[in-house]
Design a protein around this ligand. Structure first.
Ligand code: ADP
Ligand code: ZN
Ligand code: ZN
Length: 753
């Protein structure tokens, strides 16, 4: 492209469009459009190819590299005012540059689906509001005990009094709220009010509505918690990153809540991010109990309309707290005060497809641009965050004690070499389970694989059930009577006989949750066993049902995957067992030991959260393993310090910076050839400070029918890596045959798979 810029008297609109192209597009302004309205950030509709697309205005200019006669006018503008602030636009621009992802696709992620497709921004908010009447306030809820739903509804309104509740809030309370509210209206205990969304902007604290339901609910903080709240709230007016490292059960959530309270009192908004949808209901319940301000949710289990509503109420300042997952990060906030990221070590914060951003790292950049603090909380902080503490970029706050009466559980390694095993369970472990059940307590067994067994093999001829589309074995799902590939999702009927030799000797190899649950049920026939994994909780409401069974004590043995590791509070669990800790010890990805240590500590954290102390047993055939011993005898911090030393010696992140270019194609050679060209180009751009490693086959070379390869770029300095990527990535779309390749770039990859 010619570097020669053509100047013209005409105004040029430079826009980003949601297409996978690394460039902006220039358009003209039709005469009927008022130039005053053309502020960066507004949405436009522009002709594109043979159709039209939504575009985002980045800047206006008087010059273009394209002759004005070749430029087309835009069709119309969609917003009178930008929906995103200038800071938010800056953040999106930065993200696009840092992750080397096309700007149009990045900006799109900041909008809910309806706005991406060009719908008008002002969602008709026909939210009706309801509030207590005088007699509603005076009525004792016991008088309604014949109609429990009405009783609950009245309790709910009294709890939130004097705040009026919207239809949207009531839906979140209970899907079937209407009949109860209708009956209470008929009894004149409730009325419709014309209350507009509660005023958030209460700069004068005296006039503020109560933000907190009752101060009685706030717990008396222990010394460590007090110091944590004081440190964070002493810094509310400027950018700072706090790493709140608190052991499981140390009361981090209470620290968040008392900090949030101070931000709300200043009339500001708070963004709270959690790694997984499963963690939102508990946090939501605790926040709703504590705060009476309007709070909204954003995660993928909500309908598009609900998410649009949440987005707008934050964007308009009507809502004070947004609780959401990764995708909520870019929600605009006119009065930002604080960002909290819970379980900051969790890799779910890294988007693994398309725009591969780290919600943690972008949250920090957002806080910096907005000049507000950000709190990263974890019992097992990521090595990067601990490194940033060492570098004095983050401020460390430690909670060493469990809050309340709970004490930290004891961890011990159980050597299972030469032991008789029942589906992976050793007899000493079974005896331990028997003991806690005898004491009326609960046991939790962790196994990080769902299904019955990961392999089906023929005992007669050695045939193994493999996926035809992936380099992987099919997993046996005995309840569903299926063989399923966990990588591409393909499934087939479970076979009775070997397809190779017809012998009736097909044998499951290895362990999955179903198998452990089945064995446990045989060993403890009178007990109710609950299995929690992605399969058992697929049905809506299933997880809640199981959690209720556990909390009521109806189920006393819990078996599950990763899903158990996070957030859940089971006060009566006193024994936690990690059935097969060894399976995590041998991985080619250098991240694996960090993840394993985090999982062990997180799972262990489910033990002894109530008044009774907990024990954690790790079954292993590697009782001398250094990592396991450091972790168990000296704790996560020592483990992390050792792991950081190892990373330093090997010059691995965070002591260097990685970017991974992945490529795949249906034909074996294509993606490899493509990456060879990329490597050659990279060598042209790279100074010797950047190493180009590969291309090599991906750890799973074939997946879902595609052949996969990768190229790793490594630099000792972030800026060196960024420079190479900045030159390299925009060139890739010009490589011959690129259309047949599916390629991506992953800056700071969370895993090498
Ligand atoms: P974390 O988020 O660090 O795992 P939580 O905030 O969930 O910990 O707290 C664990 C338990 O301790 C909860 O039941 C909580 O109500 C209780 N708790 C927290 N802080 C206090 C406190 N200061 N006094 C008494 N109990 C507390
Ligand atoms: Zn066979
Ligand atoms: Zn497959």
């Amino acid at each position: 492209m010619s570097k020669l810029t053509k100047t013209s008297a005409q105004l040029i609109l430079r826009v980003a469009i949601d297409v996978p192209l690394y460039r902006l597009f220039d358009y003209l302004v039709p005469p009927e459009i008022d130039e005053e309205l053309l502020q960066p950030g507004i949405r436009l509709e522009a002709p594109f190819g043979t159709g039209k697309k939504i575009a985002y205005l980045i800047e206006t200019s008087r010059s273009s590299q394209i002759a004005p006669s070749k430029l087309k006018p835009i069709l119309r503008i969609l917003d009178d005012q930008p929906l995103l602030s200038a800071d938010d636009m800056k953040l999106l621009l930065w993200s696009s540059q840092y992750y080397h992802h096309p700007l149009g696709e990045v900006i799109k992620t900041a909008f809910p689906a309806a706005l991406r497709s060009g719908k008008p921004s002002a969602l008709p908010v026909q939210n009706k509001y309801f509030s207590l009447t005088g007699s509603g306030l005076a009525t004792a809820v016991e008088s309604l005990k014949k109609s429990p739903r009405q009783q609950q509804a009245l309790t709910y309104f009294q709890q939130y009094y004097p705040t009026a509740l919207s239809e949207g809030q009531l839906v979140q309370w209970n899907k079937n709220w209407r009949s109860a509210v209708k009956s209470l209206m008929a009894k004149e205990l409730l009325m419709v009010t014309d209350a507009s969304p509660p005023e958030l902007i209460n700069t004068e604290v005296e006039n503020a509505k109560p933000l907190i339901n009752t101060d009685r609910l706030a717990l008396q903080l222990n010394g460590e918690q007090q110091a944590a709240v004081a440190t964070i709230t002493g810094n509310l007016k400027k950018f700072a990153v706090f790493l709140l490292e608190g052991i499981t059960g140390s009361g981090k959530t209470e620290v968040y809540m008392q900090t949030i309270r101070r931000v709300l009192e200043r009339g500001q908004q708070v963004l709270v991010l959690v790694p997984e949808i499963n963690l939102t209901p508990q946090l939501e319940a605790r926040f709703r109990e504590r705060f009476s301000v309007s709070m909204t949710l954003s995660h993928s289990n909500l309908t598009e309309k609900q998410r649009h509503g949440s987005w707008l109420s934050m964007q308009q300042g009507a809502s004070s707290i947004l609780l959401g997952t990764r995708s909520a990060l870019f929600t605009p906030m006119p009065k930002p005060g604080l960002i909290i990221l819970d379980e900051e070590h969790d890799t779910s914060f890294k988007q693994q497809e398309g725009f591969r951003f780290s919600a943690r790292d972008v949250a920090i950049m957002r806080a910096k641009l907005l000049n507000i603090p950000v709190v990263l909380g974890s019992a097992t902080p990521s090595l990067e965050s601990l490194y940033n503490v060492q570098q004095q970029r983050y401020q460390l706050i430690v909670l060493k004690q469990r809050a309340g009466n709970a004490v930290e559980p004891r961890l011990l390694l159980m050597d299972i070499r030469n032991q008789k095993l029942h589906s992976g369970l050793s007899e000493p472990l079974i005896a331990e389970i028997r003991t806690v059940l005898g004491q009326g307590e609960q046991a939790l067994l962790f196994i990080n694989r769902r299904g019955f067994a990961p392999t089906l093999i023929c005992h007669h001829c050695g045939w193994v059930a493999r996926c035809r589309h992936c380099d992987a074995n099919l997993v046996i799902h005995s309840q569903a009577k299926l063989l399923r590939c966990h990588h591409c999702g393909k499934e087939q009927r479970l076979l009775p006989d070997c397809p190779a030799c017809n012998a009736n000797q097909l044998t499951p190899l290895g362990l999955g949750t179903e198998r452990v649950a089945e064995t446990i049920q045989t060993l403890f026939p009178s007990q109710t066993v609950v299995r929690l994994d992605r399969d058992s909780t697929q049905r809506k409401g299933a997880l809640e049902g199981y959690l209720a069974q556990i909390n009521s004590g109806e189920a006393n043995i819990i078996i599950g995957t990763q899903m158990l590791a996070k957030g859940h509070h089971f006060p009566n669990v006193t024994l936690v067992a990690i059935i097969d800790v060894d399976s995590g010890l041998f991985s080619i990805d250098y991240h694996a030991t960090e993840r394993l240590a985090q999982t062990i500590i997180q799972v262990a954290g489910r033990a002894g959260r109530g008044n009774k102390p907990g024990r954690v047993i790790l079954q292993t055939r590697q009782p001398g393993h250094a990592l396991l011993n450091t972790l168990i005898n000296e704790g996560y911090s020592s483990f992390a310090a050792n792991a950081l030393t190892e990373r330093k010696q090997a010059l691995l992140p965070p002591y260097s910076y990685h970017a991974l270019v992945r490529a795949q194609a249906g034909k074996n050679q294509l993606a490899l050839d493509f990456l060879r060209t990329v490597a050659a180009m990279a060598n042209q751009c790279a100074a010797k400070q950047t190493q180009i490693l590969g291309p090599v086959p991906a750890p799973m070379e074939k997946r879902a029918g595609a052949f996969r390869y990768q190229l790793l770029l490594q630099s000792a300095k972030r800026s060196d890596l960024q420079n190479v990527l900045g030159m390299l990535i925009p060139q890739l779309e010009t490589i011959n045959g690129v259309k047949k390749i599916h390629w991506s770039v992953d800056v700071d990859p969370a895993d090498l798979f």
